[in-house]
Write a protein that binds this ligand. Sequence first.
Ligand SMILES: C[S@@+](CC[C@H](N)C(=O)[O-])C[C@H]1O[C@@H](n2cnc3c(N)ncnc32)[C@H](O)[C@@H]1O
Length: 270
Amino acid sequence: MWKYVLRKWKKYRYRFVPWIALHLKDRTVRSIPKGGKDKLVSDGEIKRTLIEFFTSLEGHTAGTRRQDVIYMDNLQAMWKTLGFKVERQTSSLSSGGTGVFVTDGHVPKHTVVSMYPGAVYLPGDPLLIQSLGNPFIFRCIDGVLLDGNDKKLSKFVFRSCSGRDRVGPYPVCDNSWLTPYPLNPLAVGQYVNNRSHDISANVAYQEFDIPEDFPFHLRQYIPNVFYRPSVHDEYMDTLGKRLVRVVVLVSVRPIQTGEELFSSYFTVIN
Ligand SMILES: C[S@@+](CC[C@H](N)C(=O)[O-])C[C@H]1O[C@@H](n2cnc3c(N)ncnc32)[C@H](O)[C@@H]1O
């Protein structure tokens, strides 16, 4: 029985874990050809965008200003740097809960429009308890999992991992995505809803490993942290010199003000 489950899991290719597959009726599949890397934009372009945007946020955290005020400033910085704002709002789908919308500006095709926050679990890390009934477990192409749930045990786990990995006074990731006012307003990608038969996807997920030369002072805006402590040696052996896995959402077509973002939860690599 256990071997059967493991064999099935190894073959499992959807972006979200089986729990969500059981709960969504519309499972329109996005198919990627064998050998395809599912990369819409280059790693260099993602790195450039993140550095440019994070740099524009610097200085907004100083002092004792309220988090909601900082959030508004950072949304404004998003508009100035990237040319658009994305925010959480009630979904346009009945029973869609919260979704993510472009609330100002215009998103050109092949632009980083959001980030999927959460703790990063490598194959073999214990995620079972956090994953029960959790619709926010995201699966990367290589089997790495992200838990983007901002409540309950998942929230507690992220907070403790982010505290553990501090280097002196410098945070190496951001945990404000667990609140309604993320310091990095891109970090709302876990709320993007699945496309339906009538509405096609306007964004797609893309993995990006933060390289070692990423500016240290900007890591405070990265909404991801490894679950496992001291993972780096092992991780670097397999993937080269990388600090942490992030997942960005990239527009697959131009998106205008007022449009809700929709992805394909059922992306499958053939
Ligand atoms: C990753 S969460 C997305 C955020 C979610 N809308 C919320 O408010 O928490 C996935 C959950 O969103 C809902 N959802 C996503 N796409 C949907 C769709 N096309 N129709 C209805 N519900 C959807 C389902 O409840 C699913 O379990």
